[in-house]
Design a protein around this ligand. Structure first.
Ligand code: GLV
Ligand code: MN
Ligand code: MN
Length: 410
């Protein structure tokens, strides 16, 4: 008799249900941290975790923690999970698949057996950084952030993390921190978000390392004024300065060379009217590379070009580091377990790097960590038409299930 297997129908149903929460008229999904949609999604997922035979608690960063019933808080534990926040107008699978696949895997395990170690699901807060800063939940959980600093973080409307969490009526239900949890391993299931697996016709990606990524918020201040009456040479146009910085950032990444990348994907211009010279602009620079020294190099050049533009254009700038997540290597032991699980399920696999950031790179700082990828159609992600075939989603969730069982019975 084979071991437990996930129910593909149930997985498909939960992915479909969660994708309805925060759905826009464009077809995309927007669930920013502690928004109405995020709160509704949290309720839905918490209910599913309970149905999988687990208790639900919330830690001080708003992370949802599902845990095998009756497991002592210091029992050896195998954890898995991901996030349910999205980028604005994102897809149905980034993060959501990892959480729902983990719930489905654990539910299927619990229906058939009780592993020796406790199982735990992590639903991390604010992975995407679309509101307060990337990876707040996993960085906090891994002890890399101080809660009072997190509570003071502000979104673009100046709402603090603490107020947003309070307004969402989320109260930490336990004082438990990672020190009280004996987490032996963490495994994350995710869509690849790139084209490699599809291109090479492989079912499973086994991640070996993940890039580091940083987010610099640059606030540029000039002088607002009348667009018709202010002569060109008398202007201090913050958006023109931002445009020069954006081009500079692009050139820096190209010059640094593969695999460095840098992107300005968010520009907020104030007051934002066609007939007013922009007096204040906020841009966010996302920059990534494979080693910390290379990341620091990119960062120094981005800061330097920003200061140079500000000087030349008589603008003021303030640069804030919103987040910095170090590159991470996955554990050779967990990599081996994922490989053995893929082989036993007769699935083709490929060892690969991740150019996208993931919560597991913070978990890698505190425990043995591994990551399972499934193909993404046309390599697309962070867009509404993110898609993976049901059979591929099922395969990935079964590899997770097998890997959890192996780790839990090790
Ligand atoms: C996470 O979604 C990332 O931006 O890589
Ligand atoms: Mn993700
Ligand atoms: Mn993402």
């Amino acid at each position: 008799m084979t071991g437990p297997r996930i129910s593909s129908a149930r997985l498909h149903e939960t992915i479909t249900e969660l994708s309805k929460i925060g759905r826009e008229s464009t077809g995309g999904i927007t669930r920013l941290t502690f928004s109405k949609a995020d709160i509704e999604a949290r309720k839905y997922v918490s209910e599913l975790i309970r149905k999988a035979g687990m208790s639900v608690s919330i830690d001080k960063f708003g992370n949802i923690i599902g845990r095998s019933l009756n497991a002592a808080s210091d029992a050896p534990t195998i954890a898995c999970g991901s996030h349910i926040d999205t980028v604005p107008n994102g897809g149905a699978l980034d993060g959501a698949y990892g959480v729902l696949g983990a719930i489905e895997a654990i539910r299927s395990i619990h229906e058939r057996c009780t592993p020796t170690k406790a199982l735990q699901i992590m639903v991390f807060t604010e992975e995407e950084g679309a509101r307060f800063g990337a990876f707040i939940g996993s960085r906090g959980f891994a002890g890399l952030l101080n809660a009072s600093n997190v509570y003071a973080m502000r979104d673009k409307e100046h709402v603090t993390f603490q107020d947003a969490m309070h307004n969402a009526k989320l109260k930490p239900s336990s004082q438990r921190s990672r020190q009280h949890l004996n987490i032996k391993a963490y495994v994350e299931l995710h869509i690849e978000q790139g084209p490699i697996l599809e291109h090479e016709h492989k079912s499973i990606g086994i991640v070996e390392s993940i890039v580091g990524l940083g987010d610099l918020e640059i606030e540029i201040e000039g002088k607002a004024g009348h667009a018709g009456t202010t002569p060109m040479q008398l202007r201090r146009d913050a958006l023109v300065g931002a445009a020069r910085i954006i081009l500079g950032v692009n050139r820096i990444a190209i010059k640094t060379g593969i695999p460095a990348v840098a992107t300005v994907g968010s520009v907020t211009s104030y007051p934002g009217a066609p007939n007013v010279i922009p007096g204040r602009v906020i841009i966010n620079v996302d920059y990534r590379d494979v080693s910390l020294p290379r990341m620091r190099g990119l960062e120094a050049k981005i800061i330097s070009i920003s200061k140079q533009v500000a000087n030349e254009s008589n603008l003021k700038i303030v640069i804030r580091q919103k987040s910095l997540t170090k590159p991470a290597k996955m554990s050779t032991n967990v990599i081996r377990m994922i490989e053995t699980s893929s082989r036993s399920l007769e699935l083709s696999y490929k060892h690969m790097q991740s150019g996208a950031g993931h919560d597991c790179q913070n978990m890698a700082r505190i425990t043995k960590t591994g990551m399972i990828f499934v193909p993404s159609r046309n390599g697309l992600s962070h867009v509404p038409n993110e898609y993976t075939k049901p059979k591929q989603l099922e395969d990935g969730a079964n590899v997770l299930l097998e890997t959890l069982l192996r780790l839990a019975n090790e």
